[in-house]
Design a binder for this molecule. Structure first.
Ligand code: BTN
Length: 318
């Protein structure tokens, strides 16, 4: 009911009498008052003036499921959103939902994570109401070795979503660190449930520093607010990113990986750089020359030998 009341108030954009709302939404005046109180407690600024009625003055920047799904206009991605105030990690819940058969496109979002996970066993700092932390369940018909492509797809989609909402051009450092002026603003983590003949589902986790203040971040990190010098609506940004994922996922399913790889090439800062690859037990240094069709990074060492790197981390040398 609260969603319907909000929707009604948002449409009116002016005072509307309690009687009108009650009649339209078939709710008693007493119940309406209770719902309005609960919406106020959640941060919605709803004023009530005698003889005029209620007016929605402002909406809080909270990632409530109905704020994300309303006017999202996607067909698959974000049709179902699970919202949590605080969670250990959205990855764990999304993996669990995936096992239980959750539909493709399901999103798990949290305002804060107490055990946010990064790549390679690192942690992801997830302070409340500052960033965007979400995990998305996809069920693509690909082989496990093709999954890195979906991580690249997520990276280019975040770049596009951020560009549309903020006009900031993020740059991708292989495989999927998103940087602004050389500092990390967002990261992507992928986990999958594989069978012998394909994958059952993949969970793509995205963490973005949105409205974090510079002093709360480590020196190698930044936030969109730091870059833009003003706050960014997390709801609108997340919506743009989900729309971009839908566009790119459709492209990927209909036309394969070529265009996704091309977009990645256009937005990356790794190709052409001297890099050090920090693998499990070997350290390789060379020039990053290209990525291949399955997302692996091709590095040429000083003897001219090319190695394909599928996982791990790199350092840009110069
Ligand atoms: C990285 O760059 O190391 C990847 C960071 C991924 C962080 C996101 S936040 C949402 C999702 N839940 C997690 O615990 N991790 C990912």
């Amino acid at each position: 009911m609260q969603e319907r009341i909000l929707d009604f108030l948002k449409r009116k954009q002016d005072y509307v009498s309690g009687e009108d709302i009650s009649k339209h939404l078939n709710v008693t005046r007493q119940a309406l008052w209770k719902h309005i109180q609960e919406l106020r407690d959640a941060g919605y600024d709803i004023v009530a003036v005698p003889h005029l009625g209620y007016k929605l003055e402002s909406v809080p920047d909270r990632l409530f499921a109905f704020e994300i799904t309303s006017r999202l206009n996607t067909r698959l991605i974000g049709k179902k959103v699970y919202y949590f105030d605080t969670l250990s990690s959205t990855m764990d819940i999304a993996m669990k939902l995936g096992m239980e058969g959750a539909q493709e496109g399901t999103v798990v979002v949290a305002e804060a994570q107490t055990k946010g996970k990064g790549r390679l066993g690192r942690s992801w700092l997830s302070p409340k109401y500052k960033g965007i932390y979400f995990s998305l369940i996809l069920r693509p018909q690909v082989l496990p070795q093709e999954c890195p492509l979906l991580t690249l797809l997520a990276a280019v989609s975040v770049v596009e979503g951020v560009r549309r909402k903020t006009a900031i051009d993020l740059q991708i450092k292989w495989p999927n660190d998103l940087l602004v002026h050389g500092k990390k603003v967002a990261g992507i983590l992928t986990e999958l449930k594989a069978e012998t003949d394909g994958i059952s589902f993949i969970v793509i986790g995205v963490g973005i520093n949105v409205n974090n203040d510079g002093k709360s971040l480590i020196p190698s990190a930044s936030s969109l607010k730091e870059c833009r010098k003003e706050e960014v609506s997390r709801v609108e940004l997340l919506q743009e990113i989900l729309r971009a994922i839908e566009e790119n996922y459709t492209l990927f399913k209909e036309q394969g990986s070529a265009q996704i790889i091309e977009k990645w090439r256009n937005d990356n800062v790794t190709l052409g750089k001297r890099v050090k690859v920090i693998g499990r037990d070997e350290l390789l240094e060379g020039d990053a020359v290209d990525i291949d069709a399955d997302g692996g990074l091709l590095v040429r060492n000083d003897s001219g030998m090319i190695s394909k790197i599928m996982a791990g981390d790199i350092v840009h040398c110069r």
